[in-house]
Design a protein around this ligand. Structure first.
Ligand SMILES: [Zn+2]
Length: 280
């Protein structure tokens, strides 16, 4: 395959920065909003504005997320994540920037990951600013809702699940355990919220130093990720995209591979000599 050969020679050249999205985690059982498996898209992601201003929306979020958390926490990295970690250990990939909040790059052994949209396994208090673990919150939510058992219909990439309103009404969210009254929010960037500027600056710096930018499993629908592709293209840095289906960055790419990541990435790692020590 001509495009696979072009992808291989780009990655073999080293100095690669990876930008990954939800498509990389679908094979770990975490569905994609916009990819081929997200066709139905019944789910509207929580916005920052609704979360902070509407107590009912917040209750609904925590009720659903409380159920979805077990599925997210139980997800394991797949062959694609392991191949990326292999490429990093082989010195070909310098930095991974991910739009995913599932922590699976780290779980696969990636040493250097910028989590653009935060992590679902951490919780922040919007009043006192303290960061606590999601496991700890999960324990507190379980204690506050001993009777709460519900059937999960579907889980979404942000750990949210679909749940009927009457079940939401019975759920009791908890406030910050440190300051006592603060509003808790998962330490992820919601829709309608901006990524912390320092984090964006780190990403731009990594992209500008890259020899190539490799996009994995992102349709680049939101500007949050697409801006790095645009910056790379403007600087004359080659962009390669591996994704199932077209993306909004295809016009900026020198190489596009439309294929499942769990199949392509281990082959790529093997071709550049980074796949051998990894179990796939
Ligand atoms: Zn607090």
């Amino acid at each position: 395959m001509e495009s696979f050969d072009a992808l291989t020679s780009l990655v073999a050249g080293g100095g690669v920065v990876v930008l990954s999205g939800a498509g990389l985690s679908t094979e770990s059982g975490i569905p994609d909003y916009r990819g081929p498996s997200g066709v139905a898209r019944r789910h509207t992601p929580m916005t920052y504005q609704a979360f902070t201003r509407d107590p009912l929306a917040r209750r609904r979020y925590w009720a659903r997320s409380h159920l979805g958390w077990r599925l997210i926490a139980g997800a394991a990295p797949n062959a694609g994540h392991r191949a990326v970690a292999g490429l990093q250990h082989a010195g070909l990939v310098d930095t991974v920037i991910t739009q995913n909040v599932d922590g699976l790059h780290g779980a696969a052994g990636s040493p250097s990951v910028i989590e653009l949209h935060g992590r679902l396994d951490e919780v922040t208090c919007l009043d006192c600013g303290n960061l606590t673990s999601r496991e700890e919150l999960h324990r507190r939510l379980r204690e506050a809702n001993p009777e709460f058992v519900a059937r999960v219909a579907a889980v979404n990439p942000d750990g949210d699940v679909d749940l009927p309103d009457e079940q939401v009404a019975a759920f009791r969210p908890v406030d910050c355990g440190i300051c006592g009254t603060g509003m808790l929010k998962p330490d992820v960037v919601f829709f309608g919220e901006t990524v912390p500027p320092q984090r964006v600056t780190r990403c731009f710096a990594a992209v500008e130093q890259a020899r190539s930018l490799l996009v994995l499993g992102s349709s680049l629908t939101v500007m949050s990720g697409r801006r790095f592709v645009i910056r790379a293209a403007k600087r004359g840095i080659p962009v390669a995209i591996v994704n199932q289906g077209p993306t909004r960055g295809d016009g900026h790419a020198t190489v596009c591979v439309d294929a499942p990541l769990g199949a392509v990435l281990p082959q790529l790692a093997a071709r550049v000599g980074a796949g051998a020590p990894l179990k796939v």
